[in-house]
Design a protein around this ligand. Structure first.
Ligand SMILES: *[C@@H]1O[C@H](CO)[C@@H](O)[C@H](O)[C@H]1NC(C)=O
Ligand SMILES: *[C@@H]1O[C@H](CO)[C@@H](O)[C@H](O)[C@H]1NC(C)=O
Length: 305
């Protein structure tokens, strides 16, 4: 139907019955009032139906998976960074997040467990056979006494992780019921454009992930990185709906996941939605012993202890 025709016909009918413009205005108000009333009644009905209002996905646990064996860096979680074990630094940062009800370290190693208990962390022992951090998180939540709606997988090798990023992805997941997964990106430095270890991400207009790649996306027609384009770097931190975590680990590997060697792609390839938040963050992941010196130099520069 032509909206213009509808509009003109109603205005002509009202002007024929009453010439006063103010009546027209009050009629509009009444119509709006009725619509609002219906909406309020529906909202009240929904509330009665759902019982007391409870925040969606309200119970949140942060898990820091930490394994001793690592192909590139044996005993990495215990490496000292300006005199404190790296895992302790990550844990202390996570403690500052306001959305986490509970934080645990999930590890397969007694030395790591002992160290974590000594600075006051809760520890869950997981099996050595866990193939990845997600698996370790899953095993850990099975062993937790309480039930949680959301699990945040906090990488133990990001000792400078901002608590605001943790809170940001938790809130993003709570506010996007159609998403099962949330994660964060930051601006990609141009020098990292073609580094396959730096994972790039593109999102849609509503902030849902479209794709992740080790290659540069989007790819400029010129074949070079475009200094004007706001490319995004994926940060390792992620949170999941607990029910989805079970599905996630059971999903079979998918072609794009296997080709890029990026686990999160199987979420998208299976049609699930992932919410992405953009944050200001200098990534300081510790992958190699050389990274330790780099991060210590940076912390000294920033006067952090
Ligand atoms: C590609 O990058 C250049 C700058 O390097 C930019 O001027 C251009 O608009 C970009 N897009 C296309 C389609 O060339
Ligand atoms: C982690 O590894 C396990 C075992 O190989 C696999 O079943 C699972 O799908 C992996 N997790 C994810 C999230 O891909």
């Amino acid at each position: 139907m032509n909206p213009k025709a509808l509009c003109s016909s109603s205005s002509s009918s009202s002007s024929s019955s009453l010439s006063s413009g103010s009546w027209n205005t009050s009629k509009v108000w009444i119509v709006h009032g009725i619509v609002a009333g219906v909406a309020i009644a529906a909202a009240i009905g929904a509330r009665v139906y759902l019982g007391p209002v409870k925040k969606f996905r309200s119970r949140v646990v942060g898990i820091i998976p930490a394994r001793f064996a690592s192909s590139r860096f044996e005993g990495k979680p215990l490496v000292q960074i300006l005199g404190k074990p790296m895992i302790q630094r990550t844990w202390e940062r996570a403690k500052l997040a306001t959305t986490l009800d509970h934080i645990v370290v999930a590890t397969d190693d007694e030395k790591i467990a002992e160290c974590c208990r000594s600075f006051g962390a809760d520890v869950i022992m997981t099996s050595e056979s866990c193939a990845n951090g997600t698996e370790r998180c899953y095993e850990a939540i099975q062993k937790l006494e309480k039930k949680y709606d959301v699990v945040v997988n906090i990488q133990g090798d990001e000792p400078l992780v901002e608590p605001e990023i943790i809170d940001g992805i938790v809130k993003a997941l709570q506010e996007a019921p159609d998403a099962v997964f949330s994660t964060a990106v930051t601006s990609l430095k141009l020098e990292d454009a073609f580094d396959p270890n730096r994972v790039k991400c593109v999102v849609d207009n509503n902030g849902y992930a479209i794709y992740f790649s080790r290659g540069l996306i989007p790819f400029n027609k010129s074949g070079k990185a475009n200094p004007q384009f706001p490319y995004m770097l994926h940060l390792g931190i992620q949170s999941y709906d607990t029910k989805f975590l079970k599905i996630y680990r059971e999903l079979k590997p998918t072609p794009l996941q296997l080709e890029e060697d990026l686990e999160q792609l199987k979420v998208l390839e299976n049609g699930y939605k992932m919410k992405v938040i953009k944050v200001d963050h200098e990534a300081h992941g510790v992958d190699t012993p050389e990274d330790v010196e780099k991060i210590e130099a940076l912390m000294r520069e920033l006067n952090m202890s």
